[in-house]
Design a protein around this ligand. Structure first.
Ligand SMILES: [Fe+2]
Ligand SMILES: [Fe+2]
Length: 146
């Protein structure tokens, strides 16, 4: 995953603004997918998740390359330990999104439970990024990034 995407060349503050906007897009998409799952409209679940897929893939590339890159260059692996753990959630979150799209093609009761799990995982992940990771990166300044 991510092979087709390369980091967007944005300044740090602009990038953080875009990433926070994308969290809102993702939250809304996940909410729509969950509502569709409750209506048993599995076609809409698959379509909605497909729509946010490129958003999330680009988002992950920028977070890992720019934000985590900056934190590690500035603070070292030890100093960025917490953020490394936060960003390690990207693969399981993405894998869960993929799994739900598969389940939507052959619907079962598992889909709704996974949908709820995905929403909770992403929501907590975005909360930690916005309240801790992005402020920490921003406080290190954009000088290092470009
Ligand atoms: Fe993230
Ligand atoms: Fe994020």
């Amino acid at each position: 995953m991510g092979e087709r995407y390369s980091p967007r060349k944005l300044g740090l503050e602009e990038l953080v603004r875009v990433l926070v906007q994308e969290h809102a897009v993702m939250r809304e998409g996940l909410e729509q997918a969950r509502d569709a799952a409750r209506r048993k409209d599995f076609g809409a679940v698959a379509r909605t998740l497909k729509e946010i897929d490129p958003v999330f893939r680009q988002h992950i590339v920028d977070e890992e390359f720019e934000i985590l890159g900056l934190l590690i260059r500035s603070l070292g692996v030890k100093g960025a330990e917490k953020e490394i753990l936060v960003f390690r959630q990207h693969r399981p979150i993405y894998a869960l999104m993929t799994k739900i799209r598969e389940l939507a093609a052959a619907p079962s009761g598992e889909l709704e439970a996974r949908e709820t799990e995905l929403e909770a995982l992403f929501s907590e992940h975005a909360r930690v990024e916005e309240s801790e990771v992005f402020p920490k990166a921003t406080s290190l300044g954009g000088r290092d990034s470009k």
